[in-house]
Every structure is written in C-alpha cells, then in structure tokens.
Write a protein that binds this ligand. Structure first.
Ligand code: BGC
Length: 392
C-alpha cells in the first residue's frame, strides 16, 4: 500500500499527463462517442485506410439502411474508394434526424474536413450542417438538398424535376383513350426531392388532365388545382398531404388499399399510377394487382432497384428512372477531393434552398423499361445478368 503523500503526488502527476494529452489532441472533441448500434457501430463503415481519431478526411451520412436505394449508395462509395488515399467513414441515420445529428457530431470529433450528407429531413438537417460548418467543415448535400440553411456549401444531385417529368411522360405515352383514372402518389414532404419529382410530373400530366386524357382518382386537392399549369410549394404541399407515401412501402400499401376501396367503378379498369420510387411502386403495384376490378395498370418508379428490375422483366412494374449512383458518388468524391486538395470544385448550376443559392453539380437520368433494361443496366455493367431471371 502506498503512503498517503506518495499517492497524492502520483494522482497529481496523472492529472497533469491527462491535461497535456488532451491539449495535444488538437481540434478533436475529446473522446469519440459511439452512437447507438443501429446508427454508428454496426452501420458505420471504414473505407480507404483505417482512420484513427482525428485523421478522418471525409464523413458520409446516408438516410437509412432500410431502403435498397441507400444500401446501393453505400456499396458504390465503397467500390469507388477501395484504392483511395483518403479516409472515409459512412454512417446511416435510420430515418431519424436525432441520429443524423449524432452521426455528424461523431464524424466532426474524428476530424473530418468534408461532410457528404443526404438528409433524412431537409429542414431538420440544418442543425447538423451548422454544427459541421462551425468547425470549418465543408458541407456537401448529397442527392437530397438541406433546406433553409446557409450552412450547406455544395449539392450533388440528379435532375429530380426531370425524374418526375419522365414518370409523367411515361404514363402519357402508355395509356390509351380518354378518361383514364390516374392515381397519384408522392414521397415524403420532409424531402425536398418529393416536391421536385411532383413538380416535374405535374408539368407534363396537368395538360393531359385538363384535356380529359386522365381523371384524377385519389386527390381532391389535385383535382381542385387541375387547371393550374404551375403549383406553388404550398399548393404542392396540400396535394402531397393527401398522397404521400412518406417513402414507406407499407404506408403506400395502406394508402393504395384505402383509395381502391373508396374508388367507384368508373375509376377502375385500365388505370395509370404515378408512383414516386421503386420501393413504393412495388407495393402499390402488388395492391392494385389484387383488385379484380383493375384490368391493367401502368406504374412508374425510380432508382433501378434490383427488385424492381425483376418486376419490370416480369411485367409487374412498367418503368423505372435509372439514376446511375456510380456517377453521383464520383461527383461527390470528386468534389470532396478537390476541396481536400485546396481547389474549388466544378459545378454546373445552383439550387435555391430557401436560404441561399447552393452551387450544384447535376447529372442526367435514363428511363428504363422492358425494351432497354438489358442495354442500360446489364451492358453498362451496373448489374449482372445472373442477378435476374427471364432476361432475354
Ligand atoms: C431519392 C430517391 C429515393 C427516395 C426515398 C429521394 O430523395 O432521390 O432516389 O427513392 O428519396 O429514399
């Protein structure tokens, strides 16, 4: 046992050492806190070289592992970063803005210089962006725009208005006659993209609603606006309030069931369905397929998820909008590397996020259906032919 005087001296020395070490840890925020299992430990992925505390270059935060779309982004990031000299870590927010903020704080504490973030909720993510900006970190919004925040520096995205326009145009090109019942569905109102997709779809569908080609089957708010070529954000918000799926396939099933139960006979038969993405398209398509009064349906989608490619091959989903995630990852990492190297990233335009014009890099999208699925997705090596059955 130590004498009391000696023990106190050792304690004092230990405290001094701890203080010196803390001072040496530079701008890291002390211990790195682990977020809960779902969001950080299990979902976190170190790509590139192993990153110790304080030397991580790029942090990547994606909205959820529960949708194949974002798991695909994770894989494409890993593929792109396999031989990178930069250290990166990918965390998932699991559909929670609180987890998202915690993930960003974790990455800040690991010393990132660039944050690439696809927000769960565009407005709420302003707090995470502000926390990063306060540490001098450059914030790149990825696919989804962080809204009403001046803490976002850049935006890499697909042309989301074009996605919606392509969906609407596909319905126009693939129905026959007039008075075709049109069922409208949309994404989550917390996601700026949901508005952009709907805006694009409405821009082409509205004239065809006005001329009687389509009859809106499931939204009194959309019906009330049927004569208006352009809708304000508030007007779109009212429509989305009725037709949102919240990007949730189960909510999509419930909504579709409710709409079909309420629909009169003249709103059945051969119908058109605007489904906002592949996950909801499959749910909605399955629900319509079980209604014996539905003779046929044309249904849209987006993301080229593998399950939807199989649905397209099998004739259960009509189309998808292919957004080549390899390209988005390349653009985002290209931007991050330019910043790490002290250069100004290339941009192609700007998006107004409600607080500022955010410099953006935008890429194009491709419509895929049975006719070109092999050329666009297999011949381009996006997927392997062996991933599917029945592919000619
Ligand atoms: C993305 C889509 C995705 C949807 C649901 C949107 O912001 O652009 O690709 O399907 O979110 O996660």
């Amino acid at each position: 046992m130590l004498k009391k005087g000696k023990a106190l001296w050792l304690l004092a020395a230990a405290v001094c050492l701890a203080l010196v070490l803390a001072a040496c840890s530079g701008d890291t925020a002390g211990d790195v806190e682990e977020t809960d299992g779902d969001t950080s430990e299990e979902a976190g992925t170190n790509t590139g070289e192993a990153a110790g505390e304080g030397n991580l270059d790029v942090g990547i935060v994606l909205p959820t592992r529960d949708e194949p779309r974002w798991v695909q982004d994770e894989q494409r990031f890993k593929d792109a970063l396999a031989d990178s000299q930069y250290t990166t870590e990918i965390l998932f927010s699991q559909g929670s803005s609180a987890n998202e903020l915690q993930n960003v704080e974790t990455l800040i504490s690991k010393g990132i210089d660039v944050l690439i973030i696809s927000p769960h909720d565009g407005d709420a993510a302003g707090a995470a962006a502000a926390a990063a900006a306060a540490e001098g970190i450059t914030v790149i919004s990825y696919d989804r725009l962080i809204t009403n925040s001046d803490a976002v520096d850049y935006y890499v995205t697909f042309d989301s208005v074009a996605v919606g326009a392509a969906q609407g145009q596909y319905l126009i090109d693939n129905v026959e006659g007039t008075g075709v019942p049109l069922y409208l569905y949309a994404g989550a109102a917390s996601d700026n993209n949901a508005f952009l997709f709907f805006e694009g779809a409405w821009s082409v569908l509205q004239p065809k609603i006005a001329d009687g080609t389509f009859v809106i089957a499931n939204s009194s708010e959309a019906e009330a606006l049927a004569d208006q070529a352009e809708l304000s954000r508030d007007e779109m918000g009212r429509v989305l309030g009725q037709i949102t799926t919240n990007w949730d396939p189960n909510e999509a099933i419930n909504k579709a069931q409710t709409h079909l139960t309420a629909a009169s006979d003249d709103l059945k038969g051969d119908v058109a369905i605007l489904a906002p993405n592949d996950g909801t398209a499959r749910s909605i398509a399955d629900t319509f397929a079980t209604d014996s009064d539905i003779t046929s349906y044309v249904v849209t989608g987006q993301d080229a998820e593998m399950a939807s490619i199989q649905y397209i091959i099998d004739g259960k989903q009509s189309m998808t909008v292919f957004k080549d995630v390899r390209r988005l990852v390349e653009d985002a990492m290209g931007m991050a590397i330019a910043l790490l190297d002290g250069n100004t990233p290339e941009t192609t335009g700007a998006y107004d996020n409600g607080a500022k014009e955010v410099q953006a890099m935008q890429s194009e999208v491709i419509v895929v259906d049975q006719d070109n699925v092999k050329a666009e997705l297999i011949d381009s090596s996006y997927y392997e032919a062996s991933d599917f059955t029945g592919l000619e």
